[in-house]
Design a protein around this ligand. Structure first.
Ligand code: TXA
Ligand code: MG
Length: 359
């Protein structure tokens, strides 16, 4: 399928059992292209990444150009094995080893002091580097065949929602990148947790696929997450964590408070807009009965007790509503804790940090 100016190579892999054999055939070609400095988008278990040779400053520069991303925002180096990490960092604290052992491959990114080998463009000139080993078989196969770290931010235009399918990647980057590997929809749906391990205590810079509770349990120490409470204003977090991030084009209004008050507010706002073709409500399965008959499209993000469902559905829902011309999205927060924290972080950013507290 040719979908972009240059070779966009799109191959659907419908069944997990096909992945191995297809990988073998297809990747004999791909790593060479990456090694020549080309950009290839690929699925990870969280979101699609836009990959370039991670230790090649010129290749990484192309990521910033393709995404329209400011150079002040560092990128994550993706490794094919934990054994690749020592060459990228000045020191490896015992907590990092424990975290890698417990959560890699998986949706956890570690921020550590960088070694000389890591180009400045990767770290935005800073002295730390973010590293992660993704769990998706296509991602791992690609990185391992390249044989060195692959720099990869989410494969979207800067400040837009992250892509959870190859089609989303093409919506944003067609004509700007050489290829996208299609592994179908991603399973986690929100980005990795970014964990800073440079200080005396681990700090979550971005909540994501590994939860604060899981980290505290495995690392056996307090893990702080500044600004993650829904009542706080701005989290003081990763350089790239601008408040207006992960945004749909539609205006997003977010409500928090006791159930009955939030549902009444959603109803009130939808009725005030009274435009079912352009107003949508992001809600949970439990809200369905209460929201029946609203003059709005009600999107079910899954059960309030299963935030992993909302994590998987959220970005695709925002993109779908944008594509269908919705201009106002009303939403409520997920219950605090677990993956709900990552979902709420992305909802809050999509609403440019504004939350209306009701009740
Ligand atoms: O799940 C993910 O993490 C996806 C997939 C593709 O791996 N990647 C991703 O990359 O979300 P990106 O660039 O969209 O977000 C990386 C976040 C940004 O907020 C960035 O500021 C932060 O990680 N980051 C990267 N390097 C950092 C560093 N050295 N110190 C602090 N934060 C860093
Ligand atoms: Mg991103």
């Amino acid at each position: 399928m040719v979908l972009a100016r240059r070779t966009i190579w799109c191959c659907r892999l419908p069944a997990a059992r096909l992945i191995k054999s297809l990988c073998f055939r297809l990747f004999r070609w791909k790593p060479d292209r990456l090694r020549r400095g080309e950009l290839v988008a690929f699925p990870t278990e969280t979101v699609y990444g836009l990959g370039a040779l991670g230790l090649d400053a010129r290749a990484v520069e192309r990521i910033f150009a393709a995404k329209g991303r400011p150079h002040s925002d560092p990128v994550i180096l993706h490794v094919g094995d934990p054994a690749w990490v020592p060459a990228l960092v000045r020191s490896l604290p015992p907590l990092a080893e424990r975290a890698m052992e417990a959560f890699w491959p998986g949706p956890l990114t570690l921020v550590l002091p960088k070694s000389e080998r890591v180009p400045d463009v990767v770290t935005a000139g800073g002295d730390s580097v973010a590293v992660r080993m993704p769990a998706h078989p296509l991602a791992l196969e690609l990185i391992r065949q390249v044989g060195e770290p692959v720099a990869a931010p989410s494969a979207n235009l800067f400040s837009r929602t992250s892509p959870t399918t190859a089609e989303h990647v093409l919506q944003d980057l067609s004509g700007r990148i050489e290829a996208v590997l299609d592994g179908g929809p991603t399973t986690v749906g929100v980005e990795s947790t970014v964990l800073d391990l440079r200080g005396p205590e681990p700090v979550i810079l971005r909540p994501g696929g590994v939860t604060q509770e899981q980290l505290a349990r495995v690392l056996e120490c307090p893990v702080s997450a500044p600004g993650q409470s829904v009542d706080d204003g701005e989290p003081a977090v990763s350089p790239g964590q601008l408040t207006r991030h992960y945004s749909p084009r539609a205006e997003m209004r977010l409500f928090a408070g006791p159930d009955a008050a939030v549902l009444a507010a959603l109803r009130h706002e939808a009725e005030r807009a009274n435009s079912p073709q352009t107003t949508a409500v992001l809600a949970f399965s439990e809200d369905e009965v209460e929201l029946q008959g609203l003059p709005a499209e009600v999107v079910d993000l899954g059960s309030r007790t299963r935030p992993e469902q909302a994590a998987r559905a959220l970005y695709a829902a925002m993109r779908d509503l944008d594509a269908r011309g919705f201009t106002l999205i009303l939403a409520r927060l997920a219950p605090h804790g677990g993956l709900g924290d990552a979902v709420n972080d992305r909802l809050r950013r999509a609403a440019s940090g504004r939350i209306t507290h009701v009740g």
